[in-house]
Design a protein around this ligand. Structure first.
Ligand code: ATP
Length: 234
């Protein structure tokens, strides 16, 4: 479904990604793990068209999307759930969720999608008429995920969904991601929480200094010596 071929990208004169290649097949959950500043967020931004690619190709369903606008990329069915939630604080949960369904294809089905999403997130249903700013960090993350799903994306990308959340809430967030996975969605997650994300994923890539240094089945990465020493502290 998604293929990055030797992608170089960065900010102005600074190159952050030095030739990233990876694939995500339909129905897979793939993760990119790596430390602070490795380029994980930049990789998602390049796919979303927010950061321009200076070399290489990004193919989505066979089409080169590396020169498309972020808007066109959303229209093709790629949605990113940003780091730090980025909800509209003064809007209600319902209003935030409906903002997620702005693609024409999603708009037509938004009542049905809202019901599906609220079934997946009972806690969000309880909070539906509250202002987003009144929710806890964990609840806000659930709303951010639910809003991403309102777009009915083909590919859902998560940027550090566990960031800033208490350990108990992190487990809940990953349970939800596993439920999304069970529904057959295609997911790309970038995370510093290597243990949880590898548990949830089918395959993983390790990104260091803007380069993929390792890739394998998630299960194999969990027992890989480099991963255990550098990221799991074992
Ligand atoms: P983090 O967990 O810190 O978000 P990351 O792996 O997602 O790590 P990126 O956010 O992709 O890393 O950042 C990679 C590098 O790009 C960092 O050195 C960062 O300082 C730099 N960078 C990120 N955003 C910008 C920007 N808007 N302008 C210039 N440099 C940036």
């Amino acid at each position: 479904m998604l293929e990055l071929r030797d992608v170089h990208a960065g900010y102005g004169p600074t190159t952050i990604l030095h030739g990233v290649s990876l694939t995500v097949q339909a129905g897979e959950v793939v993760t990119i793990v790596g430390g602070n500043g490795a380029g994980k967020t930049t990789t998602l931004r390049a796919i979303a068209g927010v950061v321009s690619t200076t070399a290489g190709q990004i193919l989505f369903e066979g089409e080169d999307i590396s020169t498309l606008s972020p808007h066109d990329i959303v229209d093709l069915g790629i949605t990113m759930i940003p780091e730090g939630r980025q909800l509209f604080p003064d809007m209600t949960v319902r209003e935030n969720l409906l903002m997620g369904a702005y693609r024409p294809a999603a708009r037509a089905a938004r009542a049905d999608t809202l019901e599906e999403v609220l079934t997946l997130f009972p806690r969000v249903r309880e909070r539906i008429d509250q202002r987003a700013s009144h929710l806890s960090g964990g609840e806000q993350q659930m709303v951010a995920i639910a809003r991403g799903m309102m777009a009915r994306p083909k590919l859902l990308m998560f940027d550090e969904p566990s960031l800033g959340l208490a350990p108990k809430i992190v487990s809940q967030v990953f349970q939800v991601i596993e439920q999304i996975e069970a529904s057959g969605a295609t997911v790309l997650i970038v995370e510093q929480n290597v243990f949880h994300t590898l548990k949830a994923a089918n395959r993983g890539y390790v990104l260091e200094n803007g380069e993929i240094v390792l890739s394998d089945d998630a299960e194999a990465l969990l027992t890989n010596d480099h991963i255990r020493q550098a990221y799991l502290g074992i």
